[in-house]
Ligand binder design. Structure first.
Ligand code: SIN
Length: 287
């Protein structure tokens, strides 16, 4: 039986079954996957158990891969694969223990943020560990006209450091947080991206802010900007924009960072272990 594509919800996501990603997909199969990716924005490939090399090879078909700034958790022999995990070795985390613990889109603090992210389930917890996604194309379309007018042509300021963002908390699991985030502030200048982003492949407009990295609005006083951001943040995660993924063994997910936000919802506690392998594909400058 060939590839089967089935929607997962009314808003986002499709499940792809009947393919083996570790084997080279031919051009026609790859184009079908790409088409589904643009249409459904979150793809779940069931029953894949990709090793790091195969994950890198598949991810690289979508574009150049990024090496994450937090090198400590990149696999030594596959530096494009970052480990997300709450597992410990000699009392030290073996991966980023708090990755994605508030709504965000990947690497929006860079001039050219990630196009897409691929996440392979390695070990799943008995409870919790879901990933939630919210569709920013729908969120933008549903904004009241007066808010659309206020954000038209505006740019939000993105900053990677949790120390610079009163809306997010630093996880107690992250013992290196102060040093890591201070280092990030030194390495990355703040960047400004349009609040309304045009998808470079579909042409659709979406809301391109989220509480993890967007900390202000360019050329707008905080007295006006912060309440406006609060309004956008409250709006963008309304239930009708959200698909929540309950992971199964063998799931490989990929999602389009240009038009959705996501959030690792947690809900598991060591020694219940969640380990994922993450790759990200470089995107273009938002416009
Ligand atoms: C991420 O935000 O990149 C990771 C999401 C997850 O682990 O569910």
């Amino acid at each position: 039986m060939g590839m089967r594509i089935a929607p997962l919800s009314d808003v986002l996501g499709a499940e792809i079954a009947g393919i083996d990603i570790a084997r080279e997909l031919d051009a026609a199969a790859f184009e079908a996957v790409r088409g589904a990716f643009l249409r459904y924005r979150v793809l779940v490939f069931r029953d894949q158990y990709l090793g790091p090399g195969d994950q890198v090879a598949f991810s690289a078909r979508f574009g150049p891969l990024e090496e994450h700034d937090n090198r400590r958790y990149n696999l030594p022999d596959q530096p494009h694969v970052m480990v997300l995990s709450n597992d410990l070795r000699d009392g030290e985390p073996v991966g980023v223990p708090d990755a994605g613990d508030s709504w965000h889109t990947d690497l929006s603090f860079k001039e050219t943020p990630s196009l897409c992210t691929l996440l392979q389930a390695v070990t799943l917890p008995r409870e919790g560990g879901d990933t939630a996604f919210a569709c920013m194309t729908r969120a933008y379309a549903a904004l009241p006209a007066d808010i659309k007018a206020r954000i038209a042509g505006r740019r939000a300021i993105h900053n990677p450091s949790k120390l610079a963002n009163p809306r997010v908390e630093i996880s107690p699991l992250r013992k290196d947080a102060a040093a890591f985030y201070s280092g990030q502030s030194a390495r990355f200048a703040e960047v400004a991206h349009p609040i309304v982003r045009t998808h470079p492949e579909t042409g659709e407009k979406s809301l391109y802010v989220q509480p993890r990295f967007a900390i202000g609005i360019e050329d707008m006083d905080d007295a006006e900007a912060q309440p406006l951001l609060d309004t956008l943040f409250a709006h963008q995660t309304r239930a009708e924009f959200v698909y929540r993924h309950r992971w199964r063994d063998g799931d490989l997910l990929m999602w389009d960072n240009r038009c959705l936000i996501h959030y690792a919802t947690g809900g598991y506690v060591y020694p219940d272990i969640r380990t994922m392998h993450r790759t990200t594909v470089l995107g273009d400058r938002p416009y």
